[in-house]
Design a protein around this ligand. Sequence first.
Ligand SMILES: C[S@@+](CC[C@H](N)C(=O)[O-])C[C@H]1O[C@@H](n2cnc3c(N)ncnc32)[C@H](O)[C@@H]1O
Length: 207
Amino acid sequence: MISMVVYIIFGMMGFLILMSLVWRFSKPHPCPVWLSWLVEFDNPFTRANRSAVIVENLNLQPGMKVLDAGCGPGRLTIPVAQKVGPQGEVVAMDIQLGMLDLVKKKAVNISNIQYLNAGLGEGKLSHNQFDRALLITVLGEIPDQGSALREIFDALKPSGMLSITETVFDPHFQKKEKVIPLTHEIGFKVKSIIGNRLAYTLLLEKI
Ligand SMILES: C[S@@+](CC[C@H](N)C(=O)[O-])C[C@H]1O[C@@H](n2cnc3c(N)ncnc32)[C@H](O)[C@@H]1O
């Protein structure tokens, strides 16, 4: 009986590792809705991608307007909406309607979230409206990263901040050595970097 349980556990681990390898080396595509539960976990081995750390690092104030781009099931959307309060607003944007439905289910008592079912880079965001933007483990799923970052840059107010988080546990992990030059090209300036080799959060300012 015990050996069967061990076989099942190792089989499942092998399946997950295989899937993650196939995913990492195939062309970018969005994390499927049925795997959203994986996105919800705060990984115990990393700090920089924990929701509380990301939110704290944003220096949010009541009344701010925030874009959660690639919000997924709303791991960050909900605490950010609570932090900016009823005078503030969060735009939860995702290319998959199923992810927005998951956020809506969680946000039953929260009225300051707007939902936008669109892909970054499609030009759906109007300019100079956000104080903060989040791009948390999303960048690697986007084929045209330049256009996506440009759209966020334009949608931020002058001196607005973009927070980018990446973790090696995501099959679409993007190294900061690649991400930082890309953001410089668009016009962002690095304000701070927290984390380590396993996960990092970049705070970038629109200048
Ligand atoms: C790994 S999940 C991260 C979710 C959330 N940011 C978090 O950290 O909990 C990535 C999300 O980005 C979304 N996504 C992928 N490409 C996108 C695009 N071009 N525009 C908007 N959302 C996108 C996916 O649908 C998915 O919900």
